[in-house]
Design a protein around this ligand. Structure first.
Ligand SMILES: C[S@@+](CC[C@H](N)C(=O)[O-])C[C@H]1O[C@@H](n2cnc3c(N)ncnc32)[C@H](O)[C@@H]1O
Length: 253
């Protein structure tokens, strides 16, 4: 297995956060290297109900360039984004996110400040993910909602999300270190330890939509400048949590 990410600029180890700087121009390109994050953000936002009170806060851990923001529009939250990567935060701020540069394992925000905490495609990038889970739960007010999605620590996830997906234009090469993938049972247990009963469901891109997108993308690559048309692939529930899964849980009051 390749253990490096090669971009036009430089070669970096797997999961090296500097990859996000090298790929900074990709975040908001709908057919760019982070395309799948857009599809996942839409699916994650669908788990978030409208805010119950004015001024409700959603803390978006590992917010990247703020791809969740358009999908929260009209739900009434103050969207606060926390991320390590400055180049991503600059873009998130441009999309209305109030940004905080910081580590998800030591978030510089007070206990119970959030009505909702989102951790989308974050935990599988954090070597000490239980610490990040503890922080997510600490930030939640009693009754607050945790939503997340991540990759499972299974052979199938390593095959699908690394060996296959990183050869497709849906996932940047070298962005994942499969040793960091998150065992679903351990995640549920860790959330329970911090007062959140997490319910999981498997998710995947809808196959027909994904194939149509890959064909459009390949045609676009052959004729640069052609605007991409057609709907982005939808993320749909699937029975198995063995590869990609969402979690949703409320903090005990
Ligand atoms: C795969 S991206 C997901 C971004 C965003 N949640 C989304 O779905 O569009 C992972 C993000 O996590 C950030 N990240 C990785 N480790 C982090 C940490 N320990 N603390 C905060 N952010 C981190 C990276 O900078 C990157 O922006």
């Amino acid at each position: 297995m390749r253990d490096v990410a090669s971009t036009a600029q430089r070669v970096l180890p797997r999961n090296d956060p500097r990859q996000y700087d090298d790929l900074a121009g990709e975040w908001w390109r709908p057919d760019g290297a982070f395309a799948m994050l857009h599809w996942l953000a839409e699916a994650r936002a669908a788990l978030v109900p409208p805010a119950r009170s004015p001024g409700a806060v959603l803390v978006d851990l590992g917010c990247g360039a703020g791809l969740l923001a358009p999908h929260l529009a009209g739900k009434g939250y103050r969207h606060v984004g926390v991320d390590l990567t400055r180049s991503a935060l600059v873009q998130a701020a441009g999309h209305g996110v109030r940004v905080v540069q910081g580590d998800a394992t030591a978030v510089p925000l007070p206990d119970g400040c959030a009505d909702v905490v989102s951790a989308g495609e974050l935990l599988e990038h954090v070597p000490d993910w239980p610490r990040a889970v503890a922080e997510a739960c600490r930030l939640l007010r009693p009754g607050g909602l945790l939503v997340l999605d991540t990759l499972n620590d299974t052979a199938l996830a390593r095959l699908v999300a690394v060996r296959i997906a990183e050869r497709l234009p849906t996932v940047p090469r070298g962005i994942h270190d499969p040793r960091l993938f998150v065992d679903a049972r351990a995640l549920v247990a860790e959330c329970a330890r911090h007062g959140v009963e997490l319910r999981l469901r498997g998710i995947r891109p809808q196959v027909g939509g994904l194939l149509a997108w890959l064909v459009r993308r390949a045609r676009g690559a052959r004729t640069p400048g052609t605007p991409s048309t057609g709907r982005a692939p939808r993320i749909v529930p699937t029975r198995s949590t063995a590869v990609l899964y969402q979690g949703r849980g409320v903090r005990r009051g």
